[in-house]
Design a binder for this molecule. Structure first.
Ligand code: DAH
Length: 340
């Protein structure tokens, strides 16, 4: 009777080991046969019913079986643990010959690159960078810059107004007036920033970037303007680049000029980029109108100044031969990548 039970337990445990698929199955068999309420444990509890003279033999027999099953389960468990570890390691193996997955590196937008290049060149010439508000009072955007009340740029069709007094600045020249109010000469500043006008075509955008320059000191003449901008052109474009001044008109400068660059593509012979003229229009500039100096409380009999304002998009288009400004705003990564 007892023998049958023992045989059953041994067979049951061995077949559980045989059919086990993983270490967990072995763990379950351990509980089932050797655990607190396991089959063999229950049988051991029945020892008290065995006649006293048989007890030592039966007891030994049960202990031997327990030791034997324990050893068999342990071996199986170790075998599974080993196999599972090997499989895990195999699955984790790195194939170092596989080519790596491409990661996208970030890059600066071409307009940021161009703006930084321009700013750095002027910093190298001793200019200081100044910031101004994009939502501006019409006094700084127009009045302080000698722009008369009836000037077309003040018209609501040409400027984004926010109420009667405030507007989205149409030019970074507005920063000039702020700086001259607060700072006395010598002044040598550069003001990069966004400006806004209701224009939208291949060469205009409702939002674009400008960089304004202003120098105020004693004895400044248009030769200083030419020297500074000529140096800038050589550094920004190429050492061979020349500039030329053409008469122009801005209310805040007198005289006013347009500054052209010799065309880098054809070296001045005339090509598609420069529309056959050999020159590319780059920026507006001039000698600061004494009325502008006086308006900000600077003595125009003692000080003079020169100023210039350039479009960053324009500079990028000229430098890289970009035909349409909208390419800079479409944010097509394939296009922008080329400038990295
Ligand atoms: N503010 C002018 C514009 O937006 C550019 C400009 C021209 C700035 C001449 C100047 C300057 O400082 O002297 O078109």
């Amino acid at each position: 009777m007892l023998d049958d039970k023992i045989r059953q337990i041994i067979d049951g445990c061995k077949s559980a080991i045989e059919w086990a698929k993983c270490a967990r199955d072995i763990g379950e068999a351990k509980v089932k046969f050797l655990g607190k309420s396991g089959a063999l444990t229950l049988l051991l509890k029945e020892l008290k019913n065995v006649p006293p003279d048989e007890k030592p033999i039966v007891g030994k027999r049960l202990n031997d079986v327990r030791a034997e099953l324990e050893a068999a389960l342990e071996r199986a468990e170790a075998e599974f643990a080993k196999r599972e570890r090997e499989e895990r390691i195999k699955a984790e193996t790195l194939d170092v010959t596989l080519s790596k997955r491409a990661t996208g590196y970030g890059a600066l937008h071409p307009l940021t690159i161009v703006k930084n290049d321009i700013v750095n060149i002027f910093i190298g010439m001793g200019f200081e960078v100044k910031d101004g508000p994009e939502i501006e009072h019409k006094y700084y955007n127009f009045t302080a810059l000698n722009i008369p009340e009836d000037h077309p740029s003040r018209d609501s069709a040409d400027t984004f107004y926010i109420g009667d007094e405030m507007l989205l600045r149409t030019q970074t020249s507005a920063v000039q007036a702020h700086v001259m109010e607060q700072q006395k000469p010598p002044i040598r500043i550069l003001c990069p920033g966004k400006v806004y006008r209701p224009d939208d075509d291949a060469t205009h955008s409702p939002m674009f970037h400008q960089i304004e320059g202003l120098v105020v000191d004693e004895h400044l003449t248009i030769s200083d303007l030419m020297g500074v901008l000529g140096e800038f052109a050589k550094k920004f474009f190429s050492p061979e680049t020349k500039i030329r001044l053409r008469p122009s008109y801005f209310p805040f400068t007198e005289p006013s000029v347009e500054v052209d660059l010799s065309c880098a593509m054809c070296g001045g012979k005339g090509c598609r980029l420069c529309k056959g003229t050999g020159w590319l229009e780059l920026l507006g500039a001039g000698i600061v109108n004494p009325a502008v100096l006086e308006c900000s409380g600077i003595d125009s009999t003692k000080y003079s100044g020169f100023a210039f304002g350039m479009g960053v998009e324009r500079a990028a288009m000229v430098k890289y031969g970009i035909p349409d400004m909208r390419l800079l705003f479409d944010n097509d990564i394939r296009y922008l990548k080329q400038f990295r």
